[in-house]
Design a protein around this ligand. Sequence first.
Ligand SMILES: Nc1ncnc2c1ncn2[C@@H]1O[C@H](COP(=O)(O)OP(=O)(O)OP(=O)(O)O)[C@@H](O)[C@H]1O
Ligand SMILES: O=P(O)(O)OC[C@@]1(O)O[C@H](CO)[C@@H](O)[C@@H]1O
Length: 318
Amino acid sequence: MTEDLAPDVVTVTLNPAIDLTVTLDRFVVGTVQRATAAVSTCGGKGINVAGCLADWGVRVTATGVLGRANDGTFAEFFARKGIADRFVRTSGETRTNIKIADRTSGETTDVNLPGLIIPDAVFESVRKALMDSVAPGRPVVLAGSLPETLPATAWAEIANDLSGPGARVVLDTSGAPLAAALKAGVPIHAVKPNRAELEALVGHPLAGAGELVEAARALLARGLALVVVSLGAEGALFVDRETALAARLPARTVLSTVGAGDAMVAGIVAALVEDAPLERVARLSTAFAASKLDRIGPYLGPAEDIERLATAVSVTLI
Ligand SMILES: Nc1ncnc2c1ncn2[C@@H]1O[C@H](COP(=O)(O)OP(=O)(O)OP(=O)(O)O)[C@@H](O)[C@H]1O
Ligand SMILES: O=P(O)(O)OC[C@@]1(O)O[C@H](CO)[C@@H](O)[C@@H]1O
């Protein structure tokens, strides 16, 4: 694609979901519970990133695989947000993931269902749709788990395709697919593991900022430019080859934590689009995450609010 026609950002979601958020006053295992609310939103990590970026005003193309049987809700979401829909359709229904939001503790319990069966030809069509959308230097977000029918190397294969046109790959996945992509030595610009994902990758617990930054620097040594370690209510660490920053913003209200990490990835990418320095990356992505906490689904508040939140983020040098 010629550079002037290319979107600012492309996101790829191989295991999308409809998120059914069920709100309970207090979640008690093994009892009959009456929900106070139930809300269905389009989800899956790359779709959440696309939704937040579109609200920020970035031109986004979203690709991946959707089940043909219930793709209408996604098509409507993309149309409403102005996201270019390059999803490949396959037979079956996109999964529904259940998110139980406990109003007393503020905690969410996720029950994520198995994904679609993805035939080889469908995976190849996604790779083609992606290559038709990218331009040199533009961010491409590869996000989320892989359905059981794809090999753990699927993200590594896609990242390898993207090395040709020189896109900047931002990878947000976990477990075997993350390990496989890092092991393959394919060009990856940035990753955003949370604490548990980073610990699983290094194979041992990481106590305190010092050990987390050391683990992040070990990833940079593999050629990455940026590692962000998200730590839930404790904020996040932003590590590049020169600097390590800790950023934090106490939440105002927490309606749902689902997708806070994806909003943070969207903020990282929005800052990459600006070619911003590390402090702006930390402020903007923390503000994106904070703005999403007030809402259910991949939605952000107005840009002025986000800029106000970005100013309020506390950033310290480690
Ligand atoms: N309870 C909270 N209070 C304040 N900020 C929060 C809270 N939860 C999340 N955040 C913000 O959102 C960012 C990302 O959250 P988290 O570390 O939970 O991501 P994640 O585990 O990738 O989440 P998910 O997979 O649900 O998207 C945090 O770094 C922080 O800035
Ligand atoms: O199964 P994955 O891809 O690991 O996670 C899927 C998911 O939990 O991630 C998003 C929140 O980050 C939700 O929209 C979605 O349900």
